[in-house]
Write a protein that binds this ligand. Structure first.
Ligand code: BGC
Length: 730
């Protein structure tokens, strides 16, 4: 591959930037949908934050408000000594350093030339990957070479290190057992509340040498050490194979590990890597978007797509993708609407079987959603705002606001109810775009209908005004708690109920047995579809004369809230709610993130004509704080549709580089996964104008003027399509 082309597939750090480690640990995360591994160093670094997280392995520690993803033993640990000097980047002198995240193959590579305190010149090259071919296999290979004269004593220490805990030293393990036996390391643990059993087994080998390993284990560390000599310039490689299984995938995780490890060792590093690379080649063949004449956009877009791909579960359908993927502890691994509206659509169009896994997570968690509705006194299914492995509501009720030294009640778990329609939207979109009637009749319909049952019991009828209303909500704009008649929510309910009614007619006509089954299970009587139609027809959609006539974000939005001129606050890196605090922001007319604009992205011209959409844009895009990373990509998408290409491009580049540039200063907590999915949509639906019609996919491109071309593939109703769109760029 040409150097120029290669650069567009690589994230590169050169030279080492110690202060950026928390950021780079996140962005250099590797993964395979089952496991996420932060980009920490094998030898460690002061105050580093290594973490290996496994999809679905949550634990609710006693005394904590909510469950958390559990930090696994650190399998990266591999320390090398040359002539008794321990290699670490804060010791000796770095003569050369380069690190590459190869997006094309999901591989983390790091080369170092190091001068030890004794002036030995050590050359190391580390490569690691989490196999996409077999997600239970992780591997590292290190090349070791000493360049100065003499015979050199090399010592290698390799471990599964369970002293690595969750933030705030939370230790989720109950029983653990760690040991080493010759070249093998063993970990068996059980989480203390969720009682997941996890096993890891590793083997470290010095290739081509029959070395002796000594046990160096400690109470919470399984470790072994070996020593050998190297002549000047002699090259040697050390390979560490790791197997990981949990009680989510096996009845006997240690036995499964033993088997996986022995297969991995037998297969060998090169063949494992080749299988991994070829699995990645399939991913990219489906999901890559190629942009000509914009290197920044190309690389950033691939980076965003990569982080959705490393997070999407391939191995089971009872887990989903957390807001920060498996790349950090932000939001404790919890799942939000981020998955369905931001990450699912690109997957539905490129790898529908993976999108289906994510939607099945919601299907399996219908019991949790029903319990939540029942607890609040409603019927049907009300999905939790945040969820984990159990499908229960896991939003913390309180958070500590350090800035103002007080605890704040978080209402989203109670009242950010639009998530039920967001999920229904994604399910209906999946059905429409895949044409998978069997899946829909068997699983999807139940989600759409039971959430519709919920809304019918939830909305309130206002006798005086003769309309349906919905009080005490939180829309996407979380700067305003417990407002009435969120236009986003109300309008999406209308869409949802209109479709629920059609789904019901379709079932009766096409799948009568499923209709009977669902009527029984969900309590759908003859009157309910009529009620859905009635609510959809008479649901209040708040409207205001502001700006010549626009949707009103919620009741009283323009009358009650004080206007803020956001231009006065530029440049600014902090969010306005941080500056003013949670209470004051409630009365200010500034919005956290795309809300009406989000609705414009989802419903497009169903909302109104172009003039109307432009008026809404003029009003709402001027008062948005982008206090959530979910916001800019959606603005890029909608601005592109409105032909505001300069504005769209600005939002697009900002969102595409949110993680790479740490634009929000919080990437240490994990990747902004929704933004990553949003960026893909901004290009495909925004700039390229893809729309899916009954006659097939159509485009209506409005490309940035410097793009020469965009190329992407989709699968629509089972058929592959490839688009090559020519632009004006040279
Ligand atoms: C946003 C939500 C989002 C959550 C997780 C919040 O800051 O306002 O829309 O779901 O972060 O990404």
């Amino acid at each position: 591959m040409q150097h120029y082309e290669k650069r567009q597939w690589q994230i590169r750090e050169y030279p080492f930037r110690p202060y950026a480690l928390p950021h780079t640990e996140t962005i250099y995360t590797i993964g395979n949908g089952l496991v996420g591994v932060r980009g920490s160093f094998e030898e460690g670094y002061p105050e580093d934050n290594p973490a290996t997280l496994v999809a679905g392995i949550f634990n609710h520690k006693e005394g904590e408000l909510v469950p958390d993803l559990v930090s696994m033993p650190n399998w990266l640990t591999l320390r090398i000594q040359v002539n008794d000097e321990l290699f670490r980047l804060d010791r000796g002198k770095i003569l050369g350093y380069e690190r590459v995240l190869d997006l094309r193959t999901g591989t983390h590579w790091r080369g170092v030339l190091w001068l030890s305190p004794k002036r030995d010149i050590l050359r190391l090259a580390f490569e690691r990957f989490a196999s996409l071919d077999n997600p239970h296999i992780l591997a590292i290979r290190v090349l070791v070479q000493v360049l100065n004269e003499g015979e050199h004593h090399i010592k290698v220490y390799s471990a599964l290190d369970n002293t690595v805990t969750n933030p705030n030293n939370i230790d989720h393990w109950g029983d653990i057992a760690l040991s080493s036996d010759s070249d093998q390391l063993f970990f068996i643990g059980q989480t203390d509340q969720s009682v997941y059993r996890v096993a890891m087994q590793a083997r470290t080998a010095v290739d081509g040498r029959d070395v002796r390993w000594e046990d160096s284990s400690e109470r919470r560390i399984a470790a072994h050490t070996t020593a050998f000599t190297l002549q000047q310039n002699e090259k040697i490689t050390i390979t560490k194979y790791v197997a990981l299984h949990t009680s989510r995938d096996s009845d006997d995780p240690p036995a499964a590990c033993a088997e996986t490890l022995s297969t991995a060792v037998r297969t060998g590093y090169d063949a494992l890597k080749a299988a991994h690379d070829s699995a990645w080649a399939h991913y990219w063949d489906a999901a890559d978007i190629q942009i000509e004449c914009d290197e920044l956009a190309q690389r950033a877009l691939r980076f965003c797509t990569y982080h959705v791909l490393v997070a999407v579960p391939t191995h089971e359908d009872r887990v989903s993708i957390g807001a920060k993927t498996l790349s950090g502890f932000g939001y404790k691994g919890h799942v939000f609407w981020d998955t369905e509206l931001f990450m699912v659509p690109p997957l539905t169009l490129t790898m529908p079987h993976l999108a289906r896994n994510l939607l099945m997570y919601r299907y399996h968690n219908l019991p949790g959603a029903r319990a939540k509705a029942a607890e609040a006194g409603y019927q049907g299914a009300m999905y939790p705002w945040e969820s984990t492995d159990t499908g229960e509501e896991t939003t913390p009720r309180w958070v500590y606001d350090a800035q103002n030294d007080k605890h704040i009640r978080i209402w989203t778990g109670d009242n950010e109810q639009h998530i039920s329609s967001d999920i229904a939207y994604a399910v209906l979109q999946f059905w429409d775009w895949t044409g998978d009637d069997d899946w829909f009749a068997r699983y999807g319909a139940e989600i759409v209908l039971d959430t519709a049952v919920f809304w019918a019991s939830r909305v309130e009828y206002n006798e005086v005004a003769g309309r349906y209303e919905l009080r005490t909500q939180i829309g996407p704009d979380e700067y305003h708690d417990n407002i009435d008649n969120s236009v986003f929510t109300n309008r999406l309910i209308v869409w949802h109920l209109q479709h629920a009614e059609k789904v019901w007619q379709w079932l009766l006509a096409q799948r009568p047995q499923d209709a009977v089954r669902l009527a029984d299970a969900l309590g759908i009587d003859e009157a309910l579809p009529d009620r859905w139609r009635d609510i959809a027809a008479r649901m209040w959609i708040p409207y205001s004369e502001e700006g010549g006539g626009v949707l009103e974000q919620f009741e009283g939005f323009f009358e009650r809230l004080q206007p803020v001129n956001l231009e006065d606050y530029t440049p600014r890196t902090v969010n306005l709610d941080w500056l003013y605090g949670h209470d004051r922001i409630q009365s200010m007319r500034v919005i956290k993130q795309a809300d009406v604009v989000m609705l414009m992205a989802l419903l497009g011209d169903e909302l109104g004509d172009e003039a109307f959409l432009n008026r809404n844009w003029e009003v709402y895009s001027r008062i948005v704080d982008h206090g959530s990373s979910l916001s800019p990509a959606i603005h890029a998408w909608v601005a592109a549709r409105l032909g505001r290409i300069e504005e769209a491009y600005e939002h697009f580049i900002y969102s595409a580089t949110i993680d790479l540039e740490d634009n929000k200063g919080n990437v240490r907590d994990g990747i902004h996964a929704a933004s990553c999915g949003g960026v893909w949509q901004a290009v495909v639906f925004g700039f390229c104008g893809l729309h899916l019609t009954p006659e097939g996919p159509r485009i209506d491109p409005k490309l940035p003027s410097h793009w020469r071309s965009v190329r992407f593939k989709v699968i629509y109703q089972g058929k592959p399509y490839e688009f090559v769109i020519k632009g004006q760029g040279e």
